[in-house]
Design a protein. Structure first.
Length: 256
């Protein structure tokens, strides 16, 4: 059975939401009518596309026992500024906050182990991301086109950085990958035009095609065995012919 819950105009947070059981499934009325949302404490799931394209939404307060956020739940919420998820959240769906252009900061709960596909894609105002130390995978295009992101501290247990994960993050300056990373996907840091320095971990097994292409300020790459220096020389020369990475002066194989 569906029920509608709403707050009167005298309340600070005014919303009209449609709930089925313990899941928010959508809103009542036009998306432009929604500017602030306070979700009831009985809610534990926000469904797929529940607040999609609520372009006037600026803030949301989540219930303390929230567990999941569905695919596209807050995508295209142009004016959403910041998000703090409860520690109970164990799943954030694909594209959950994509194209939230005004979003500047996000705090992810310690219980979250994966950042999914395009979760923060085109969050062009995002400057600060706090990732849980439990995160082991950053999915495809998770932070692509986050133009204001200058730095990110990657979790110490991270294993997989997916294809295009940080593609076109044009303000990102430096990246140090944790020693646990074994997979760096295709185009993972491609077109990060401000990136100057990269340190790669010992145990890296897979390096995707063009993972650092068009990083035209990149001047230094450091890595340890088992990666071969020859591999990177070929990579540098090959890209230099197209002047993708013509700034590179140092490809250093570190010794223990």
């Amino acid at each position: 059975m569906y029920s509608e819950q709403e707050c009167g105009p005298s309340k600070r947070f005014c919303s009209a939401i449609i709930i089925k059981g313990q899941t928010v499934v959508g809103i009542r009325g036009h998306p432009s009518d929604i500017d602030n949302v306070l979700l009831p404490e009985t809610v534990i799931h926000v469904g797929d596309n529940a607040f999609n394209a609520c372009f006037r939404l600026t803030s949301i307060i989540f219930p303390t026992k929230l567990m999941t956020i569905g695919d596209g739940a807050f995508s295209d919420c142009d004016h959403l500024v910041s998000v703090s998820l409860p520690e109970t959240v164990i799943h954030v769906g694909d594209k959950a906050f994509s194209c939230c252009f005004a979003l500047t900061s996000i705090t992810l709960p310690k219980s979250l182990t994966k950042v999914g596909i395009r979760v923060f894609h085109e969050c062009k105002g995002l400057t600060c991301v706090s990732l849980s130390e439990a995160v082991v995978e950053i999915g495809y295009s998770a932070f692509s086109h986050c133009h204001s992101l200058t730095s990110i501290i990657l979790p110490k247990k991270l294993k997989i950085i997916g294809d295009s994960a940080f593609y076109h993050c044009v303000s990102l300056i430096s990246v140090t990958l944790p020693e646990t990373v074994i997979h760096l996907g295709h185009n993972a840091f491609a077109h990060c035009s401000s990136l100057t320095f990269v340190t790669l971990p010992d145990g890296l097994i897979h390096i995707g095609l063009s993972c650092l292409s068009h990083c035209n300020q990149l001047s230094s790459i450091s890595f340890r065995p088992p990666l071969s220096r020859a591999f990177f020389i070929v990579w540098v020369v090959g890209n230099s012919r197209h002047r993708d990475n013509w700034q590179i002066t140092t490809v250093k194989r570190l010794r223990n």
